[in-house]
Design a binder for this molecule. Structure first.
Ligand code: GLN
Length: 190
């Protein structure tokens, strides 16, 4: 399983490490042409406005939409989740607009800008360690979207067919089971 990590901003090396712990082979993706060589794509955290701008500048928007239309799995983490969403609360322009959900940026407020917790996750047996950093949350979802985990009544992980999104940073801990879940999604898409 060849899994690319979009390398415009964010913890690219950490995602590649988690992919490899999960049994995949990780690649850093800097040019659209490289999308042809991978089976799945991870969009890391960072700042969604910046990632969106860089995606437009380097022609990734249409290329990733085509990648998705071909049924290839995509996993957005934190800012990557915002980039995947069809709607951003507050009326900001969406970026890829692939997942039928409305997301709210920096949704945990100043008191909880950054924290760690353990989450129950559908499809994963024991709780998953999650690091939240100025995290978004999923305000509402369409019928085709399944909730995989919640934190205090808020949706923080969701899946829509071949698309997976989480509010936190799964690459910043040694717990690679969410990457393993994604590697399995990629495996079954082949
Ligand atoms: N606050 C960032 C945004 O709104 C996301 C933070 C992150 O990726 N850790 O884009």
């Amino acid at each position: 399983m060849k899994i690319g990590v979009l390398a415009l901003q964010g913890a690219v090396a950490e995602h590649i490490r988690s992919v490899e712990l999960a049994g995949g082979v990780g690649f850093s993706i800097k040019k659209v042409e490289q999308l042809n060589d991978i089976d799945g794509l991870i969009i890391p955290g960072g700042e969604s406005t910046t990632i969106g701008k860089l995606m437009r500048k380097y022609n990734f928007i249409d290329a990733i939409r085509q990648f998705s239309a071909a049924g290839k799995p995509i996993f957005g983490t934190c800012a990557g989740l915002i980039v995947l969403a069809e709607r951003i609360a507050g009326g900001e322009e969406p970026h890829l607009g692939l997942m039928n959900m409305t997301v709210s940026r920096n949704a945990f407020g100043r008191q909880r800008e950054s924290f760690e917790t353990d989450l129950q996750m559908v499809g994963i047996e024991e709780t998953v360690r999650a690091v939240f950093i100025r995290a978004p949350l999923i305000q509402s979802i369409g019928d085709e979207v399944t909730v995989l985990s919640m934190y205090q009544d808020e949706i923080v992980t969701a899946r829509q067919g071949h698309l997976l999104a989480c509010s936190f940073h799964p690459e910043l801990t040694d717990d690679y089971r969410l990457h393993q879940y994604f590697v399995q999604m990629v495996e079954s898409s082949l």
